[in-house]
Design a protein around this ligand. Sequence first.
Ligand code: ACO
Length: 276
Amino acid sequence: MSDDNQPVKCHVQDEIAWVSFNRPDKRNAMNPALNRCMMEVLDELEYRDDVGVLVLKGEGTAWSAGMDLKEYFRETEALGLRGIRQSQREAYGWWRRLRWFQKTTIAMVNGWCFGGGFAPLYACDLAICADDAKFGLSEINWGILPGGGATKVVTDLLSMRDAMYYTLTGEMMDGQTAARLRLVNESVPADQLETRVTQLANTLLEKNWVILKAAKDGVRRVNEMTYDNAEDYLVRAQEAANFHDKTQGRKEGIKQFIDDKTFKPGLGTYDKTRNS
Ligand code: ACO
């Protein structure tokens, strides 16, 4: 499905969809063409049976240098409010789609990640970066506030002091700092990045995909709920997942533990290929 000339590249191997920002000459800055293409790619991948995990990476030296200052800002602003709102809809649209994607998602941050890049970073469920990746809210450096979700991302993930510091100074942080501040899960040496991401993806692939989707939505949703509302939401989410899980994984898991004694849930995942 991949075309090297498109602003987004993709190939599927062993149930992992490797999706790349593909404007390396422009440090993978997100222009309207890339935003439209990304939505099409997500659309194509989301319900494929041979895709269990999506990895979002960048071609070349960048993950994404944020919004394309020329094509996303200057050129759409020249079209007036209609142009501005349309390009915002396209960008926000695929980020939202990715936040609630049917399969689990991993950001594999190989290089520069600026401004608007924080939105797809946050949209991915998990994030692993290279030690030499560089993250920055550079908006303040050129006279805007971190919009398009970027302020929300840092206030959700970082402490208030750190969110404020990076918002106001525009200072960059390296991969290890990003991991320490919890902007990403882990930072690893660049030459181990793909191996670590593949290992993590394979861990997710062993799990029941219907329940992964219910669980990841739960993590994002309950954050905004009272305790009582969260309890209630999660009961209903589990019951809905029981309905959608045609393999009845929950019963199978109990059976393999209690009756067959072939696994211990505290120590690993039930064998989802067995279905009695
Ligand atoms: N928008 C438009 N073009 C960009 C962007 C961008 N965000 N980032 C890089 N480019 C272009 C450059 O203009 C240049 O184009 P050219 O070859 O036609 O001159 C090309 O990509 C390569 O960029 P360089 O600056 O030469 O690459 P370098 O590796 O030296 O530096 C860096 C990389 C640090 C990422 C630098 O390009 C940069 O600062 N980019 C802007 C980062 C940024 O602040 N993004 C906006 C965040 S705010 C927001 O997203 C709302």
